[in-house]
Design a protein around this ligand. Structure first.
Ligand SMILES: *Cc1c(COP(=O)(O)O)cnc(C)c1O
Length: 376
């Protein structure tokens, strides 16, 4: 029995390790480790790839979200609408700037239900943070129309969706600001932490550059309370190389996803991810639902299947087991069980199967046969 991990970032290094080693050694020999040509070149390459005029590199996807909110002066008294079915950073950063996250439910795609976004808008709403969860694009045409009608800013959380597109435009180029993470397991991953912010607005870009560098535009003069959030030259060099492979890797992920869709299509007890009609899914995760048996609510079929898969050597993951409105950190907002039923059901049912570009068809067969075994 071979063990199959949920992801394996070392496979990429086998392919391009020599190229990365040579480029990193050059940076090490140069003596310029923070900022400089590698960072500027990566910012240019990434802006070109996403299709924006501006890219501001920073230290993480979390910082990208925080800085984006700060650059629009979202703060105390403001409400920001987002999803509870996401990684904590999406909401944590809204709270960090002093604003209040307003959680609305998801739909069957795992992304924000846009009817509920429209219904949640109040006088205090300043922005919406959609998350392109698991690499699946949100319907940005409709979201931008809602935002425009109410004068709201849209900050896209693209952490799981580098390269995804909606209606032929890459995510991160459609809203006012796009936020990306280069955490190693993301579609474009660094060998450490990293992030980037994209926008077509030069004034916002200038503010973002100021905020990421201690609130200064030059020298030792500080006009705002900033942070230290720089991408270093080694990470920028690695990302510059990996960016050239990203389209190919995303296509490999799509091939893996199609094979899962075909081989699991008639399996009872699971619901497969829906296909995207007007965009490109980049499959950071391939996430199914193991549907609940209405008769025995005390037993989670998902947890049973996950454990049985583990015994067969297949590691499946649960993103995310508890939606944010029910987390201890957000109890003060008054969230309660049953309030956002589709997010809560997703948290009980989701199971992410092994997904990475290099996953072989033999490995995938083992995942599929193991899963079928568990559901017999
Ligand atoms: C990974 C992730 C982030 C945070 O990115 P970091 O680089 O880890 O700070 C934010 N939002 C979502 C949806 C993520 O998956």
């Amino acid at each position: 029995m071979n063990k199959i991990p949920p992801f394996d970032v070392s496979e990429q290094f086998k392919l391009i390790g020599a190229e990365i080693n040579a480029a990193v050694l050059e940076v090490l020999a140069s003596g310029r480790y923070i900022g400089g040509p590698p960072v500027e070149q990566f910012e240019q390459d990434f802006a070109d790839y996403i299709g924006t005029s501006e890219c501001i590199a920073c230290n993480s996807g979390t910082d990208a979200l925080y800085l984006a909110l700060r650059s629009l002066q979202v703060g105390p008294g403001d409400e920001v609408i987002t999803t509870p079915f996401t990684f904590v950073a999406t909401a944590e950063t809204i709270s960090a700037v002093g604003a209040t996250p307003v959680f609305v439910d998801i739909d069957s795609t795992f992304n924000l239900d846009l009817d509920q976004v429209a219904a949640a808008i109040t006088d205090r709403t300043r922005a919406v943070v959609p998350v392109h969860l698991f690499g699946r694009p949100v319907d940005m045409t409709r979201l931008m129309a809602i935002a425009k009608a109410h004068g709201l800013a849209v900050i896209e959380d693209c952490a799981q969706a580098t390269g995804a597109a909606w209606a032929d435009r890459k995510v991160g180029s459609i809203g006012h600001i796009g936020c990306f993470s280069f955490y190693p397991t993301k579609n474009l991953g660094a060998c450490g932490d990293g992030g980037a912010i994209t926008t077509n607005d030069p004034a916002i870009a200038a503010t973002l550059r100021m905020l990421r560098d201690h609130g200064r535009r030059s020298g030792y003069y500080y006009e705002a309370l900033g942070v230290n959030s720089r991408l270093d030259a080694v990470q920028a060099t690695i990302l510059q190389i990996k960016l050239r492979y990203l389209e190919g890797w995303n296509q490999q992920r799509q091939t893996v996803a199609e094979r899962y869709q075909q081989r699991l299509s008639r399996l009872a007890g699971v619901v497969l991810p829906q296909t995207v009609l007007n965009g490109t899914h980049v499959w950071n995760q391939y996430t199914i639902r193991v549907t609940e048996d209405a008769g025995s609510p005390e037993r989670s079929p998902r947890d049973t299947v996950r454990q049985q898969l583990q015994e067969k050597g297949v590691t499946a993951m649960v993103y995310y087991p508890l939606p944010l409105h029910l987390q201890p950190v957000y109890q003060h907002l008054g969230g309660s069980a049953g309030q956002l039923p589709l997010s809560e059901q997703a948290a009980r049912e989701v199971l992410s199967l092994p997904m990475f570009p290099e996953l072989s068809s033999e490995q995938q067969d083992q995942v599929v046969y193991s899963l079928k075994d568990c559901l017999m």
